[in-house]
Design a protein around this ligand. Structure first.
Ligand code: PFF
Length: 459
């Protein structure tokens, strides 16, 4: 009915699988690793509140917009933006938005793969009983041993990326569909177990207070920008991943309902991860603002003290690793789909080329934890002060590129795409009218305010 086209890459086998694949893309290291450490670094409650607001007013409508664009065009993000822009009589320069998104995805994947490698390394450590009876000091030493050793980091990064490349090379439908079908329930089951443990043995009340009582005095412009960037990151928005996946979705998939389900599932997992982590942070006297190592240094404490903790720990990090894979493949897909569509390169070959490029880019985050740990190239600029190369890569891609793409996608979907087209895809419902209002007037303005504010232009 709606879209007149077919994707050259095929289609998801069902609506259910499409939703699971989107949730698989959204739920990943961002929820379990990044959300707790960002909340910790940015003062807790107020950050969480801003993140939830960004999710509702920016994330949800943009998720619908990306699905709409991807499914309508049934092409990779670069060509999707170009095709729809030309069809609607707009400038072909809109393809630039697809380019920026695809580039951000590649950059983010380089860093993502390194952290995915940590999760992999932790599966083996957990299985070997390395966490049994550890105290906070030993847990943080374990983490430092890993990140301080460039060779080990490089080996795990290589392995993690190799699997990603293999899966994407085989096409999204084979293998992946089956994997995402069962891993999500297990991940959530294990998270609930950890929340229970943290409730029983950790400083739960203090953690709830920290996460849900907003202290606006602690909320800097930087924290607001971080919350916005994270809303994009965790929902896989602004990187073309959702657009690329939507190109393989069926015509009848209800855009708004699917978006809502993905956003709710993703938010629930992030909040659960926070509730599993912070009680242990407080009961062990750790600092909430201890940065990217937070989850890797706190959860081993819980597992190490539980009966059969090695089993749960192994399962948990294995699930984290799978969650990271189902996200990383969606980061590679937009670029691969583009090479296949535009240059007619065979999928396995296109994936390998990109794999080599991402691996090379990944050297930057690998070394920034050890031999380049003291390199802070942009220290002269207040916005970039104190940031390592890894931090800079994350910051520029997540906090600047993603909101910019989001802004452009909102303007395109709200103002440049004719309402006839968007209505055709979304149906003439109340939800659609609400969406159109929000994507036109609220989403772009909100993104713009946050960006200007953090650039210091608007105080
Ligand atoms: N949403 C994923 C996470 O939270 O871990 C990360 C991610 C995947 C970001 C895919 C962007 C993307 F396109």
């Amino acid at each position: 009915m709606v879209s007149p086209r077919h994707s050259v890459h095929g289609q998801w086998s069902s609506r259910f699988i499409f939703i699971v694949a989107l949730i698989g893309s959204a739920v990943g290291l961002g929820n379990v690793w990044k959300f707790p450490y960002l909340a910790g670094e940015n003062g807790g409650g107020a950050f969480v509140l801003v993140y939830l607001l960004c999710t509702a007013f920016i994330g949800l409508p943009l998720m619908a917009a990306e699905i709409l664009i991807g499914r309508r065009a049934r092409r990779s993000p670069v060509l999707a933006m170009r095709t729809l822009a030309l069809e609607e009589g707009r400038s072909s320069l809109w393809a630039g938005v697809g380019w920026l998104a695809t580039l951000a995805a590649v950059l983010i994947l380089a860093a993502y793969s390194v952290v995915g490698g940590w999760a992999m390394a932790y599966v083996f450590r957990a299985a070997s009983g390395a966490f049994v009876g550890v105290d906070a000091y030993q847990a943080s030493q374990l983490f430092r041993q890993l990140t301080g050793d460039p060779e080990r980091l490089l080996a795990w990064h290589t392995l993690f990326l190799a699997v990603t490349v293999m899966v994407v090379g085989r096409g999204v439908r084979h293998g992946l569909e089956e994997a995402v079908r069962w891993f999500m329930p297990i991940l959530i089951g294990l998270l609930l177990l950890l929340v229970w443990y943290a409730w029983r043995y950790g400083a739960f009340d203090q953690a709830v207070d920290f996460l849900f009582r907003p202290n606006f005095a602690a909320l800097s412009g930087g924290a607001v920008l971080a919350a916005l960037g994270h809303a994009f990151f965790t929902l896989s928005l602004g990187m073309g991943a959702v657009m690329a996946y939507a190109a393989y979705a069926g015509d009848r998939v209800p855009v708004l309902q699917v978006s809502l389900m993905v956003v709710l599932a993703d938010t629930a997992v992030a909040l659960l991860a926070g509730l599993a982590t912070f009680p242990l942070v407080f009961s062990n006297g750790l600092a909430p603002a201890s940065g990217p190592g937070l989850v890797f240094e706190t959860l081993p404490l819980a597992f190490g003290a539980m009966a059969d903790g090695e089993v749960y720990a192994t399962l948990f990090f294995a699930m984290l690793m799978f969650a990271a894979w189902t996200s990383s493949i969606s980061l590679l897909e937009p670029a691969v789909a583009y090479l296949v569509e535009r240059w007619r390169i065979e999928r396995p070959l296109a994936t390998s080329y990109l794999g080599v490029a991402v691996w090379t880019l990944g050297l930057v985050p690998v070394f920034s934890f050890n031999i380049w740990a003291h390199v802070r190239p942009l220290d002269g600029w207040p916005l970039f002060q104190g940031r390592t190369l890894f931090d800079l890569m994350n910051f520029v891609s997540t906090n600047l590129m993603l909101p910019l793409v989001g802004l452009a996608v909102a303007v395109f979907a709200g103002w440049r795409l004719s309402p006839q087209t968007s209505r055709l895809e979304m149906g003439r419902t109340l939800g659609y009218r609400l969406w159109l209002g929000v994507i036109r007037f609220i989403t772009p303005v909100a993104v713009l305010i946050v960006l200007l504010n953090s650039a210091g232009i608007l105080q």
